[in-house]
Design a protein around this ligand. Structure first.
Ligand code: ADP
Ligand code: MG
Length: 238
């Protein structure tokens, strides 16, 4: 256990909505500082899995452990987990800058440090010119970049990203991907990154968990997933 990252462990986690099972006895261990990609087609249960790690959904059965401890204690401290949501979830009546600053203020990061982090993130994500706009005055791609920047600013031990580049134009997407990678190289956070994009998964993951129908079909390095798929679904999907 340290200040930079934390382990994640799911033990036989099942999630049902009404009586439909969407996650089925999922076992998953993410090492401290690992970059894990959850890859799979739409509807396979990626967001639900991420939301359970974040403590936003409760498992119907099984356990979610953060640094070996019950999730609820950790998730509530606000320093452990940051998440970039698939639908951005920006505060509509705050400007871009205020959206980015909010969590840092709540967690009592000093003003100088807040400004330093945010100036650099705004620049990196080409958002400096938009910092005083409201979310309603931004395009989808710009909103997605704000959501990404907000997650980056927190320097949490665990960083969860749900399809964070899906709406960003191709040119900027590669740059944003490199930024996520170098952020990880620098801060050594534990990352779980959800995508349905095979190339993105291959480029980013230390390991990739290929998911379908609420089950992990294979979990391994990008190289092994590509070269030695262990079942037909993985072979076809990759
Ligand atoms: P993915 O992120 O891989 O596209 P999700 O985790 O969002 O998949 O969804 C997995 C399945 O669970 C889908 O069939 C979806 O319709 C269902 N689902 C997700 N959230 C809810 C919910 N709050 N209530 C009912 N069904 C849900
Ligand atoms: Mg999803």
């Amino acid at each position: 256990m340290n200040d930079n990252n934390a382990t994640i462990e799911l033990k036989k986690v099942t999630k049902e909505f009404k009586s439909t099972k969407v996650i089925d006895q999922l076992d998953l261990e993410v090492a401290a500082g690992e970059f894990l990609v959850l890859l799979g087609p739409s509807g396979c249960g990626k967001s639900t899995t991420l939301r359970m790690i974040a403590g936003l959904e409760t498992a119907s059965d099984g356990e979610v452990l953060i640094d070996g401890d019950d999730l609820k204690k950790k998730a509530s401290d606000g320093h452990t987990i940051a998440m970039v949501f698939q639908d951005y979830a920006l505060y509509p009546n705050m400007t871009v800058y205020q959206n980015l600053e909010y969590a840092l203020k709540v967690h009592k990061v000093a003003k100088d440090e807040r400004q330093k982090r945010l100036t650099s993130i705004l620049e990196t994500l080409n958002l400096s010119d938009y910092k005083d706009r409201l979310p309603s005055e931004l395009s989808g791609g710009q909103k997605q970049r704000v959501a990404l920047g907000r997650g980056m600013a927190k320097k949490s031990k665990i960083f969860l990203l749900d399809e964070p580049l899906s709406n960003i134009d191709v040119q900027l997407r590669e740059k944003a991907r490199d930024e996520i990678q170098s952020l990880h190289d620098k801060n050594k956070q534990t990352i779980v990154y959800v995508t349905h994009d095979q190339l993105e998964a291959m480029a980013l993951g230390d390991r990739i968990a290929v998911m379908n129908d609420g089950i992990i079909q294979m979990i391994d390095t990008p190289e092994n997933i590509y070269k030695n798929p262990t079942n037909l679904f993985v072979a076809k999907f990759i």
